[in-house]
Design a binder for this molecule. Structure first.
Ligand code: ADP
Length: 162
């Protein structure tokens, strides 16, 4: 069974990575699909995000990293995937995730959304929290892969030269 794990991944965090690793144990193939979202002003380009995810997942042979735009279900159909994988961190995620799952079901009833509960240690973690901490010079090495932390610091050095 093929599962798509769609998201912005701007940037990938250890929470995403935990979900990816667990997904790779459950499904024959997992495709991390980076969404090109024209409504969000991202910190990293899609190419940079793809590279960050690839570098973080070299140890996972059944993982593919790709990008898409448009409807997730269309992309899933194109890739012959049966499952959309999503993470649930807290009740706050629940409403939007449930709505999206229902909407996707109306678009294609062949595709099921599967939710994995976040591991405890990452239940507070989001890409935005990481960017917020980094903006104020706080430590982020325990929240993202090391090379991603370096990318974030580099990005800040560029936008806030001392
Ligand atoms: P989106 O913009 O689609 O919310 P994200 O990159 O923020 O994209 O998240 C993609 C998916 O990863 C979502 O299902 C989200 O719930 C899940 N996720 C985000 N952070 C974590 C985390 N810390 N642990 C597990 N899952 C997470």
């Amino acid at each position: 069974m093929i599962a798509i794990y769609p998201g912005s991944f701007d940037p990938i965090t250890l929470g995403h990575l935990d979900l990816i690793e667990r997904g790779c144990r459950l499904f024959e193939q997992v495709i991390v699909a980076v969404l090109q979202n024209p409504n969000k002003a991202p910190m990293f380009t899609v190419q940079e995000r793809l590279e960050q995810i690839r570098r973080s997942t070299l140890h996972l042979p059944n993982l593919e990293v790709d990008f898409f735009d448009g409807l997730t279900v269309n992309y899933a159909q194109m890739r012959r995937a049966q499952v959309l994988l999503r993470g649930l961190r807290a009740v706050s995620d629940f409403e939007a995730e449930l709505q999206m799952a229902h909407i996707n079901k109306t678009l294609s009833d062949q595709i099921e959304t599967v939710f994995l509960a976040t591991s405890n240690e990452y239940s507070f973690l989001s890409s935005s929290v990481v960017k917020e901490i980094a903006r104020f010079g706080g430590p982020i090495d325990h929240l993202v892969p090391q090379h991603v932390a370096l990318d974030i610091y580099r990005c800040h050095a560029k936008t806030h030269p001392t």
